[in-house]
Design a protein around this ligand. Structure first.
Ligand code: IPE
Ligand code: IPE
Ligand code: MG
Length: 247
């Protein structure tokens, strides 16, 4: 029985988020420049999106560039942005063929204009697709997102369109970039690092975390299946006891 066949379709996570890490180390191991690792990571993106769509995952969020990543050497940042423009352009047709809707979260206005325009065009061209929503986190950090949400809420209070008493979890959720996107049930990080690196801090309150030593360019469909199978063997208690879950 293949890993894919072992997956229980009735217990699929609706949303998977991935911290795609380890491109630089992968390249270094091969005696190559870091950017070669990023280029090679595009295949893993393609494979993961394809696998997720095939098995019926509805949302896949990929952490592609963090707010903190702007602090990397200028050449690497430029090369990453160019790779992004190229990849979005090259993949839009495939996204449409497979009915995949592209979205992006983050401080998108901070992206170089060619990158921003390419992204907006792809988002527009794929907006009616319904099989899978692919969310790219770009120039994203969770603290930036939460700070922004707080500012928006404060403004609404200032303008008297919101009262402090009306602020609840759903109000906060509506002010995050992930409005209309369910919280991920499963978050995966590659490369053996056991940290969240400022990704979806509000949204992962009850996510199952899965860490693998695989470096991102080595991550393939089988690795995604393995993560899902691991997820399906977890008991999600949400604060309750095991006994309560059986009732
Ligand atoms: C992840 O790989 C890609 C981005 C953060 C853009 P890294 O570039 O972080 O690779 P390592 O962690 O240095 O190996
Ligand atoms: C997290 O990876 C960001 C992305 C995958 C885009 P990093 O490589 O930037 O994270 P740290 O700095 O090791 O925590
Ligand atoms: Mg890294």
């Amino acid at each position: 029985m293949s890993l894919k066949d072992k997956i229980d379709p009735s217990k699929l996570p609706e949303h998977i988020a991935i911290i795609m890490d380890g491109n630089g180390r992968w390249a270094k191991q091969k005696g190559e420049e870091r950017i070669f690792g990023h280029e090679s990571g595009v295949k893993s993106v393609r494979d993961s999106v394809e696998a997720a769509a095939e098995i019926g995952i509805k949302f896949l969020t990929l952490y592609a560039f963090s707010t903190e990543n702007w602090n990397r050497p200028k050449e690497e940042v430029i090369a990453l942005m160019q790779l992004l423009v190229y990849s979005i352009n090259a993949e839009t047709e495939t996204l449409n063929k497979n009915s995949i809707c592209l979205k992006a979260i983050g401080d998108l206005k901070s992206l170089p204009s060619d990158c921003y325009n390419e992204l907006m065009e792809a988002i527009d061209k794929t907006k009616n697709n319904t099989r899978l929503t692919l969310v790219l986190a770009l120039s994203y950090s969770s603290r930036w997102e939460i700070l922004n949400a707080m500012k928006k809420i404060a403004l609404e209070i200032e303008n008297k369109t919101l009262s402090a008493a009306a602020i609840d979890e759903s109000c906060i959720q509506k002010h995050l970039c992930t409005v209309n996107i369910p919280d991920p049930e499963l978050m995966i990080r590659t490369s053996g690092e056991h940290r969240i690196s400022n990704f979806l801090l509000w949204q992962i309150a009850y996510s199952e975390l899965y860490f693998t030593d695989k470096l991102w360019p080595d991550f393939g469909k089988e690795d995604l299946y393995e993560a899902i199978l691991d997820y399906q063997n977890r008991e999600r208690r949400f604060g309750k006891t095991s006994e309560q879950l059986i009732l």
